[in-house]
Design a protein around this ligand. Structure first.
Ligand SMILES: Cc1cc2nc3c(=O)[nH]c(=O)nc-3n(C[C@H](O)[C@H](O)[C@H](O)COP(=O)(O)O)c2cc1C
Length: 283
């Protein structure tokens, strides 16, 4: 049985449509049927399989073909145990057979620039002398996340399940020291991978919002009252099935505001990300 973000079972609301897409071609089937895996068999992943997945990952699209990311394979059990605590207390991280940390990384290029004498070159050529900044960071984050998602799909095709850990953006100081992260890197996501248990395979997929609320044509469209009611109707009915109030909240918006938007881990993530951004700041 799957527990969703509110700690309750969820239904596949669009099961029929998914099944139809899945029948269309194998790749779509793989993507549509993927679900996060948080319980793994104690079965080692063959090195060849890992190599295949990493090989596919490195073929991900990358801005300017610069590969503005690095991947750290976390084999050390003590490091995994630390992550299981520092990433908002998620014990399954320490049990994951394969843990990959994806970094947005401008450090490698910046070091290479210095190696190539780009400072003198820029002054002679009348080019700006600069260090990596916000735009460079965003681009590097795009690269790292696209690589991570490529790893997810590659792993899925090899029978491996995976789960993102966004909480890697918390507790920056701990992660910086643990992985010796230099200034122009940003730990953007962690992936836990392994063979899923039977229970994980059997659990229902989580639902998604209908596409009319997510996909727009030509310009952005802010949603109004009636659309919000429609968008959240199923979730409202499900979450408040047994009680009119949950933690003082009477609707999904209030519930998410309390349990996610103002939760301790979110506050910590924002503090931690600010600390990372300070490092990227030019001065
Ligand atoms: C950026 C990002 C961060 C996430 N962080 C976590 C996390 O810290 N812990 C966790 O258990 N799942 C995490 N997830 C997984 C989501 O909870 C999951 O994708 C979502 O509930 C939908 O379920 P599904 O992947 O099974 O379809 C994360 C997913 C993304 C994309």
């Amino acid at each position: 049985m799957c527990l969703n973000d509110y700690g309750s079972p969820t239904l596949v609301l669009q099961k029929c449509r998914y099944a139809k897409i899945g029948a269309m071609n194998e790749t779509l089937g793989l993507i549509v049927n993927r679900k996060s895996t948080r319980e793994f068999l104690a079965k080692a992943i063959p090195e060849e399989t890992k190599a295949d997945i990493i090989g596919a990952t490195l073929r991900a699209p990358t801005a300017g073909n610069l590969m503005l990311y690095s991947i750290i394979e976390v084999n050390d059990q003590a490091a995994k145990d630390t992550l299981a605590v520092s990433c908002d207390h998620q014990p399954f991280i320490s049990r994951a057979p394969w843990v990959l940390l994806f970094l947005a990384d401008y450090q490698r290029w910046f070091d290479y620039f210095e190696f190539c004498g780009t400072g003198d070159f820029a002054r002679r050529a009348g080019l700006p002398v600069r260090t990596p900044a916000e735009g460079d960071l965003m681009l590097a984050c795009c690269d790292a996340l696209i690589a991570a998602q490529t790893a997810v799909i590659a792993a899925e095709s090899c029978g491996l399940g995976s789960c993102y850990i966004g909480d890697i953006m918390e507790n920056y100081e701990t992660h910086r020291d643990l992985f010796k992260l230099p200034r122009y890197t940003f730990p953007i996501c962690l992936l836990c991978l392994g063979y899923p248990t039977e229970a994980q395979k059997a659990r229902l997929s989580t639902s998604r919002f209908d596409q009319e609320f997510i996909v727009f044509k030509n310009s952005y469209r802010r949603l109004g009252e009636s659309e919000f009611e429609k968008m959240f109707a199923k979730e409202q009915a499900r979450a408040f099935k047994n009680s009119e109030e949950l933690d003082g909240a009477v609707n999904v918006g209030q519930l998410i505001y309390r349990r996610k938007f103002t939760a301790g881990f979110t506050m910590e993530m924002n503090r931690s990300v600010k600390a990372i951004l300070k490092q990227w700041d030019n001065d």
